[in-house]
Design a protein around this ligand. Sequence first.
Ligand SMILES: NC(=O)c1ccc[n+]([C@@H]2O[C@H](COP(=O)([O-])OP(=O)(O)OC[C@H]3O[C@@H](n4cnc5c(N)ncnc54)[C@H](O)[C@@H]3O)[C@@H](O)[C@H]2O)c1
Length: 269
Amino acid sequence: MPESFFHQKVVWITGASSGIGEALALELARQGARLVLSARRADELQRVASATGLAPADVLVLPLDITDEASMPSHTQAVLRRFGRIDVLFLNAGISQRSFVSETDLSVYHRLMAVNFFGVVALAKAVLPHFLAQKRGQFVVTSSVSGKIGVKQRSGYCASKHALHGFFDSLRAEVANEGLRVTMICPGYIRTPISASALDASGKAYGRFNKAQAEGMPADDCARRILRAVATGREEANIGGKELLGIYLKRFVPGLLSRILRQRPIEAV
Ligand SMILES: NC(=O)c1ccc[n+]([C@@H]2O[C@H](COP(=O)([O-])OP(=O)(O)OC[C@H]3O[C@@H](n4cnc5c(N)ncnc54)[C@H](O)[C@@H]3O)[C@@H](O)[C@H]2O)c1
């Protein structure tokens, strides 16, 4: 990958306070990007900003709650006032789920869709007019293997990630001739604290670290692969270990995948 791709680019990352977003921030800084770091916790974003080693002029800490849809245009204006443009938008913030459909409160589905889908759509729509005006810009969306297949205890999470593919495939078709790009990232198991903040059946934090993530791909390795996919203009990239096999089974032998997923013990997910 030409590491110069991100040099001096203005890159906005949501979910930058932890996990994949934090790893993206550190690697992008190393590759010479200017960064906007967003998530809810200002102190954690400040910690990441310091860790990048960027000069204050090259990094903006912009706390936001992605579910506050109405505030996305003003946050976008704040970035434009500071840097004058946005080149790449990483729509990465997200939360997961650990609960069976039969036990899950409807409010949990609303929350998952608010964070993982409607918040993402709201920010993408706020930035879109700017991308169209400059006839350039790249949306990078962190979906998941769960955006391609449905698995136990993730009904709302899978639904929200599947929805992203429908929305952003449509957007890609609409704006491709305007010079805009959309890259969908489908990670498998990545070593981050995502399971700790996952919602249980009543919407409380699950609070535990799952073995699958603990033994997954290191977040910095994932971040480097994401950046390679973005720099080479990929429309979609699957990143992870043997769990990616599920995506290919779904495409070519869906009946076999369905049998495997039915028999899969809960502890393995
Ligand atoms: N870790 C994995 O195995 C894995 C696999 C596939 C996809 N993903 C996806 O990767 C993305 C990043 O997750 P991660 O694994 O780094 O987990 P993480 O929990 O470490 O990071 C999630 C980030 O999203 C932010 N966030 C959550 N709710 C928010 C809100 N309402 N407003 C603003 N920011 C909010 C968090 O503060 C955090 O910065 C998510 O979209 C997740 O679905 C993760």
